[in-house]
Design a protein around this ligand. Structure first.
Ligand SMILES: Cc1ncc(COP(=O)(O)O)c(C=O)c1O
Length: 479
C-alpha cells in the first residue's frame, strides 16, 4: 500500500485523464525539441553514445522515477543517436523518418490495443486491415476477390510466410509429414541480389540453404531470366522439384526491379509459385507515374510490401499480400479453442497468434493525407532521386545502377574509394551515405529516405561528396 502523499502502482499504471494528457504532452514536447534541433546538428554525432549506454547499464529500476523525468531522460538518451533516418541529410537505408499521422495512429493502436487474432475480438480493426489489403492488392493489380493477406512484423516475416504458403500448396501432406516425408526435394530460386531474409526463410522452414539457388544477375543486380531457366532445368534433370521463385522489385542496394514479366512467364510455364519481394520499392505501385515499372507483379502469387519503409509508417508495418486466401488457411490453420480452420480469422491464416493492429496507423494516415498525399510523397522522392542522378552526372560521377526508384549507386571515375568517401562524410556528420557492394563492385549508395529532404539538400550532398573525393586519395592501382 502506498502511504499518504505517495502514488501507488495502480495510479502510475493507469493514470487519470489529466495526468495522461500531461505526460503525453511532455513526451511530445521533448521529442519536438529533438526534431527541431536535429537538422542543425551533424547527421551523425560521435562521442556521446558511451555515457548514454553506461547510464542504461547502471539503471537498477529500484524506486520509481518521477514520470516526467523518466520521459525526459529516455528522449534525451535516444537523441544522442536518434537514428540516421531522422536527419534531412540522411541518405541511408530505407527506414525513413515516420510521418506524423502514422505516429498518432501508432499511439492509438498501442493505447486501445485491439487484439486481431480473431475478427470477433477486434471487428473494426479487422475491417480496417481488410480494407487496406484490398487497397494495396488493388494497387498491385490483383483482381477483386483475390486480395488476401495481412500485416506482418516486416519483410522478413512476409517473405517467410510466402515460402511456407508455397511449400504447403505444392506439398499439402508436408504439413503432416514434414519436409522429410517428401518424395522430391523442393527448390527456391532468388537472385544473388535478393535479400538475406531468404536464407533465413530457407533455414526456418527446413527447406535448407542447399536448396536455395542464388541466380546470377546482370551488372545492375537484376536477375537473369535465362540463368533462372537453366537452374530450373538442372534441378528438374536431377529429380528435384522447382518450388518457388522470389523476384525482387527494388533490390536493397540498387533499387533494381527484376524482369518480372519474363520471370512470370517462366513461373507459369514451369508451374512455379511466384513471390515478388517489393519490400521497399512496392509502395511506388500506388503512384500512377510508377505503376508500369512493376508490370508483371499483378501475376504474382504473393508480394511483400513494407509500409514502414517508403510509406513512412513507424516500425513495424510489413504487409504480405496474396491472391489465394485458401492457401493461407491451408498453410497456417491449427485446431484452436476459439476459432475453426475455415474462418477468416488472422490467427488461422497467418504465422502470428495474438496480433497487433499494425494497419491502424496506415489507415489513419491515408485518411489524414488522402491517397493523393501519399502519391505526392512518393513522387517527391522519385523526383529527388532524378535530381540526385542528374547532379552526380553533371559533377562527373559515374552512376552504377539504373532504376527509376530513388536510390543511386555511384563511383568516382578518378578511383577514390567509396568506403573512404562515405566514412569522411559520416564521421564529419555532413550526411549519411553508405558504401556497399553492387554485383561485386564497391559503390557509394544514396537513397532518399526522409520526407523532409529537398533539392537544396541534394546539392549540399553534392558539395560534400566533391570535397570528399578531392580529399581522399585514389587507391593505388594493383600490379
Ligand atoms: C528487398 C527487401 N526485402 C526484405 C527486407 C526485410 O524487411 P524487414 O526489415 O521489414 O524485415 C528488406 C529490408 O531492407 C528489403 O530491402
Amino acid at each position: 500500500m502506498a502511504g499518504d502523499g505517495e502514488v501507488d502502482w495502480k495510479t502510475r499504471a493507469l493514470p487519470d485523464a489529466t495526468t495522461r494528457r500531461r505526460l503525453l504532452l511532455a513526451a511530445n514536447d521533448r521529442m519536438s525539441a529533438v526534431f527541431e534541433a536535429i537538422d542543425a546538428a551533424p547527421a551523425l554525432r560521435h562521442g556521446m553514445l558511451e555515457p548514454a549506454l553506461a547510464a542504461i547499464e547502471a539503471t537498477d529500476f529500484g524506486e520509481p522515477v518521477e514520470a516526467e523525468a523518466a520521459i525526459a531522460e529516455l528522449v534525451a538518451a535516444l537523441a544522442v543517436r536518434p537514428g540516421w533516418q531522422l536527419h534531412r541529410m540522411a541518405f541511408g537505408m530505407f527506414t525513413p523518418q515516420p510521418i506524423f499521422p502514422g505516429v498518432v495512429g501508432e499511439l492509438i493502436a498501442a493505447s486501445m490495443n485491439p487484439q486481431l487474432s480473431t475478427a470477433e475480438s477486434a471487428p473494426v480493426a479487422y475491417a480496417i486491415e481488410r480494407r487496406l489489403i484490398d487497397l494495396l492488392g488493388g494497387a498491385l493489380g490483383f483482381p477483386q476477390g483475390e486480395r488476401a493477406g495481412h500485416f506482418t512484423a516486416g519483410g522478413a516475416e512476409a517473405n517467410t510466410t510466402a515460402l511456407i504458403v508455397a511449400l504447403t500448396r505444392a506439398f499439402p501432406d508436408a504439413s503432416r509429414t514434414g519436409l522429410a516425408g517428401l518424395s522430391q526435394t523442393p527448390v527456391l530460386y532468388v537472385s544473388a541480389a535478393g535479400h538475406p531474409t531468404w536464407t533465413k526463410a530457407a533455414r526456418i522452414t527446413g527447406l535448407g540453404t542447399d536448396n536455395l539457388r542464388k541466380i546470377a544477375t546482370d551488372a545492375r543486380g537484376r536477375m537473369l531470366a535465362p540463368a533462372l531457366q537453366a537452374a530450373i532445368d538442372a534441378d528438374r534433370a536431377a529429380g528435384r522439384r522447382p518450388l518457388m521463385v522470389a523476384a525482387t522489385a527494388g533490390t536493397t542496394v540498387a533499387g533494381e526491379i527484376d524482369p518480372l514479366t519474363e520471370i512470370l512467364a517462366i513461373a507459369q510455364r514451369v508451374g512455379l509459385y511466384l513471390h515478388v519481394d517489393a519490400a521497399w520499392g512496392g509502395s511506388a505501385t500506388l503512384s500512377p507515374r510508377a505503376r508500369s515499372w512493376f508490370a508483371g507483379i499483378e501475376g504474382a502469387d504473393s508480394v511483400t510490401l513494407d509500409s514502414h519503409k517508403w510509406l513512412g509508417m513507424p516500425l513495424a508495418a510489413g504487409v504480405f499480400l496474396s491472391r489465394d486466401a485458401a492457401a493461407l488457411r491451408a498453410a497456417f490453420a491449427a485446431d484452436s479453442y476459439f476459432t475453426d480452420g475455415e474462418s477468416d480469422d488472422l490467427s488461422v491464416s497467418s504465422l502470428q497468434w495474438s496480433r497487433r493492429a499494425n494497419g491502424l496507423k496506415l489507415y489513419l494516415s491515408l485518411k489524414m493525407m488522402g491517397l493523393t498525399g501519399f502519391v505526392e510523397m512518393i513522387d517527391h522522392a522519385i523526383e529527388l532521386g532524378e535530381t540526385l542522378k542528374a547532379a552526380l552526372t553533371e559533377r562527373g560521377w559515374r552512376i552504377e545502377n539504373d532504376t527509376p526508384l530513388p536510390v543511386v549507386c555511384f563511383n568516382d571515375p578518378g578511383g577514390a574509394a567509396p568506403q573512404a568517401i562515405a566514412q569522411r562524410l559520416n564521421l564529419r556528420g555532413q550526411a549519411f551515405v553508405t558504401a556497399m557492394t553492387l554485383a561485386g563492385r564497391p559503390v557509394l549508395r544514396a537513397g532518399i529516405v526522409n520526407a523532409k529532404t529537398e533539392a537544396a539538400d541534394i546539392w549540399r550532398l553534392m558539395d560534400h561528396l566533391d570535397a570528399a573525393r578531392r580529399a581522399v586519395k585514389p587507391e593505388p592501382a594493383r600490379t
